[in-house]
Design a protein around this ligand. Sequence first.
Ligand SMILES: Cc1ncc(CN)c(N)n1
Length: 216
Amino acid sequence: MSEGSFSAWLREQCASEWDAVVAHPFAAAITTGDVPDAAMRRYLEQDFQFVDSFTALLGAAVAAADTFEARVPYGRFLGQVATTEEKTYFHRALEALGGSTEAATEPVTAEFARLMDDVRRSLDYPLIAAVLCVAEWCYLGWASRLSGPPPENWVHREWIELHEGEEFRAWVAFLRGELDRLGPALDAARRAEVLAVFRRAVELERRFFDMAGAGH
Ligand SMILES: Cc1ncc(CN)c(N)n1
């Protein structure tokens, strides 16, 4: 790590894969409202399963964070978004699209869940923060590429709104800030460990969109 923040350094180490996520054709089609219903259904069915492990990982962040100041935003996000907004969104969207909350798990969804579950069980705070940061920061990345008016289709529009806006930006800034706070105290071997998890999460995000876009 040379100059700059730890989170920026982590992202730079995976720059091409990161760019492939935020500029992914599937994500771009969400912002223009052009994802066909069948593809959006498939994506949200898988993402509903992702959110289960993601929510558990937020719980681990509350437990593993090294300061009270950090536990509070994790707890707030866990309560506010994971159990209310995002959950009601999934139920409404899947109902509108004729989807299921119990669809068969795609391989990439299972791999992502395994990564989150492994990191959760480790209770290793820098690793937990790294996975959460990738998941939220790269979603802010594609959602903030919306250039025209938001899509009229509410399934697309609300999904963008959940990953954009002042509150979500502050949440991503908090996650980056945690990595930036933790980074300087880590030795080279620990930084490499955090980078390996960060890189794996970025790769899984790209493959998750590939899975969602396949056949659309
Ligand atoms: C696969 C994935 N990655 C990230 C997010 C952002 N919460 C999500 N909903 N789904």
